[in-house]
Design a protein around this ligand. Structure first.
Ligand SMILES: Cc1cc2nc3c(=O)[nH]c(=O)nc-3n(C[C@H](O)[C@H](O)[C@H](O)COP(=O)(O)OP(=O)(O)OC[C@H]3O[C@@H](n4cnc5c(N)ncnc54)[C@H](O)[C@@H]3O)c2cc1C
Length: 495
C-alpha cells in the first residue's frame, strides 16, 4: 500500500506512478508530508520497496534513482529530516517481515525487517513470553526509522547488553545494511572476541548516511511484569517551579532505586503534572507475575489510562478534569499491572484542521534535573509573558546511558542517566511554534542540553548544535543537503 494511503492521503498515486516494475512502485513528483504536516518535500523519485533485493537495486542504480537516497519509515519525525527535493526517497514501510528469534553473541534476538513497527515487534514477542526493553508511547514508528535516530522511553528493568536502557538503539545487537555498492553487510555490537565494536557506535550516529538498514537484530528478555501508579502533582504555573521539579525528581530516584522509572507530562495550561511511576514486579516461583491484590481497580485503571492517554497524546490535550484524581494520587486506587511492556500506540494521521501533537526534543544530565526543569519552566513562563505564546506543557522521560555512544543526546557524558524535557504543542503549523522552538533550542544549548535531528524541529537553523548528533564519514549516495550540513558543521567545530 502506498505510504500516503497508509495515512489517509487523498492523492491518487496511480496518476503519478511511473512504473510498477517487479512490484516496485516508483513515482515522480510525489509530495511527501510527515505526520505533523509541517514538513513537505518533493523528491525527484519516490520508490516503495517490498524486498531487500529491491533496496539493493535502488542503491546500485544511480541513473534511475538519483542521489541522495534517503529512507523513510513511518514519517513520524517532527523535524525536517526528510527534506530531499532533488534525490530519491525510498519508503520502507512494506519491508516488515518478522523472521523470529535468533541467537547473536549469546543473546536471544528478534530478527525483523526495517519497516516493522515497535508495536509489531512487541506483539510478536509477547506471544513468546518475551519483550523488548524499550517501549515508547509510540508504537507506529519503524525499527529502521529509529535505528540511526533518537528515541526515548522511561524503561524499566535491567540494562540491555549494550549497557544502555530507554532508547531503541540500546536494544540493537546487529544491523544488516545495504551500502552504496548495493551490497549487504552485517554490523554487530560485539566483535568475535566479545568486545564492543566502536565502529558500531559510530554507525548508530550516522543518521542513515552510510546505507539503508534492512534487517535488525533486537535484544529480547523474558517479560517483566510492571506495576504502574499514577500521580497527579499540583503545579503552580507562577514562576516558582522548584516544588514540582523536586517532587518529580524524588519520584524518579525512588523508582530508579527499585529498577523502575517515571514518565511525566507537565501541563502548562492546567497546572498539574501527570506521572506514571513504573516499577518492575518480582516473578512468582511459577514464573508468572505477582498477584494484583495491591491494585484493586487494575483492569479498569489500565484500560482507562491507555484510552485517555492515546486520545490526549495524539491531540496534545491535557484535560482539566484530571484534577479530580488528585485525592487518589499515588494510591493503590490509581495503580495497575501489566504482564509486560506495552507495544505502544498506533497513531492515525489527523486532518489538517485537527489538533495533533508536536514536540521538540532536548536531553540533559539527570543530575541537573531540579535546576534544569525549574529554569526551563521559568523560561517558558517568561516567554509567554513577553510574547503571549504558551506551549501545552512538557513531556519528561529518563534514559540510561551506556557511556559508549559517540554521537547523539546520550553521548559525551559517560555512563549515567539523561532526562528529556520536551515542550509539546497542539498545532505544528502555528507560525509561533517554530519561533518558540528556536528560542528554546538556544536556551537548551546554553544549559547543556542536546538535541535530536529527527525530534528537534528547526535544528537546521543551528547546524553546530545539531552536529552533536552525527558521527563517522557520510557516504554521498545517502547524504541529503539537509543532513550533510551537520557533518560539515562537525568538521568545522573546534575539537
Ligand atoms: C504522535 C507521536 C508520538 C511520538 N512519541 C514518541 C515517543 O514516545 N518516543 C520517541 O522516542 N519518539 C516518539 N515520536 C517520534 C518518533 O518515534 C521518531 O521521530 C522516529 O524516528 C519516527 O520513526 P519513523 O519510522 O517514522 O521514522 P522516519 O521519521 O520516517 O525517519 C527517521 C529517520 O530515519 C531514517 N530512516 C528511516 N528508515 C530507515 C532505514 N531503513 N535505514 C536507514 N535510515 C532510515 C530517515 O531517513 C530519517 O533520517 C513520536 C512521534 C509522533 C508523531
Amino acid at each position: 500500500m502506498p505510504w500516503c494511503q497508509l495515512f489517509g492521503c487523498t492523492q491518487d498515486p496511480a496518476k503519478q506512478a511511473l512504473q510498477c516494475e517487479d512490484k516496485m512502485h516508483v513515482e515522480k513528483e510525489h509530495t511527501f508530508t510527515n505526520w505533523m504536516l509541517n514538513s513537505v518535500t518533493t523528491p525527484s523519485v519516490y520508490v516503495e520497496v517490498t524486498s531487500i533485493e529491491q533496496v539493493q537495486r535502488v542503491a546500485r542504480d544511480g541513473a534511475k534513482f538519483p542521489s541522495p537516497v534517503r529512507a523513510i519509515g513511518a514519517g513520524l519525525s517532527p523535524s525536517d529530516i526528510h527534506q530531499n527535493d532533488d534525490g530519491t526517497i525510498i519508503a520502507m514501510h512494506q519491508l516488515r517481515k518478522i523472521y523470529g528469534l535468533e541467537s547473536m553473541d549469546g543473546v536471544d534476538c528478534l530478527k525483523a525487517e526495517a519497516g516493522a513497527t515497535f508495536a509489531d515487534v512487541q506483539e510478536y514477542l509477547h506471544k513468546q513470553g518475551l519483550e523488548m526493553a524499550f517501549s515508547a508511547e509510540i508504537g507506529s514508528a519503524t525499527i529502521g526509522g529509529t535505528c540511526f535516530a533518537t528515541t526515548k522511553d522511561s524503561s524499566i528493568g535491567p540494562l540491555c547488553p549494550s549497557g544502555g536502557l530507554g532508547d531503541f538503539q540500546s536494544c540493537l545487537m546487529g544491523i544488516d545494511m545495504v551500502g552504496a555498492d548495493g551490497d549487504l553487510k552485517q554490523h554487530r555490537l560485539f566483535d568475535t572476541d566479545g568486545r564492543m565494536c566502536s565502529s558500531f557506535q559510530t554507525l548508530l550516529g550516522s543518521q542513515g548516511t552510510r546505507g539503508i538498514a534492512v534487517v535488525l537484530y533486537i535484544a529480547t528478555r523474558k517479560c517483566i511484569a510492571v506495576s504502574t501508579t499514577l500521580h497527579l502533582l499540583k503545579f503552580k504555573n507562577d514562576g516558582k517551579n522548584d516544588g514540582i521539579a523536586q517532587e518529580l525528581y524524588t519520584l524518579h530516584t525512588d523508582a530508579h532505586a527499585q529498577g523502575g522509572n517515571i514518565m511525566a507530562l507537565i501541563s502548562a495550561q492546567q497546572g498539574y503534572a501527570f506521572v506514571e511511576q513504573r516499577l518492575p514486579l518480582p516473578a512468582t516461583s511459577t514464573g508468572t507475575a505477582t498477584s494484583i491484590s495491591a491494585a484493586p481497580l487494575s483492569a479498569f485503571v489500565r484500560a482507562t489510562n491507555e484510552a485517555v492517554k492515546q486520545f490526549c497524546f495524539q491531540r496534545c490535550m491535557t484535560p482539566a478534569v484530571l484534577h479530580l484524581l488528585r485525592p487518589f494520587s499515588g494510591t493503590r486506587l490509581l495503580r495497575y499491572k501489566d504482564a509486560h511492556r506495552r507495544g505502544g500506540f498506533r497513531y492515525p494521521m489527523r486532518a489538517r484542521d485537527q489538533r495533533r501533537l508536536t514536540f521538540a526534543y532536548y536531553s540533559f544530565d539527570a543530575e541537573t534535573f531540579t535546576a534544569t526543569a525549574e529554569q526551563a519552566l521559568a523560561f517558558t513562563q517568561e516567554y509567554k509573558r513577553e510574547t503571549g505564546f504558551s506551549v501545552g506543557g512538557f513531556a519528561v522521560y529518563f534514559v540510561t546511558r551506556s557511556g559508549h555512544r559517540d554521537a547523539g543526546p546520550y553521548a559525551g557524558k559517560g555512563a549515567g542517566t539523561s532526562f528529556s524535557f520536551d515542550p509539546i504543542y497542539h498545532d505544528p503549523l502555528d507560525a509561533r511554534w517554530p519561533v518558540f522552538v528556536r528560542a528554546f533550542s538556544k536556551w537548551a544549548n546554553e544549559h547543556g542540553g542536546r538535541p535530536a535531528l529527527n525530534q528537534t524541529p528547526e535544528i537546521q537553523t543551528d547546524p553546530e548544535f545539531g552536529s552533536l548528533c552525527v558521527s563517522g564519514v557520510p557516504e554521498p549516495r545517502f547524504t541529503s543537503e539537509w543532513i550533510g550540513r551537520f557533518f560539515e558543521a562537525k568538521k568545522m567545530a573546534p575539537s
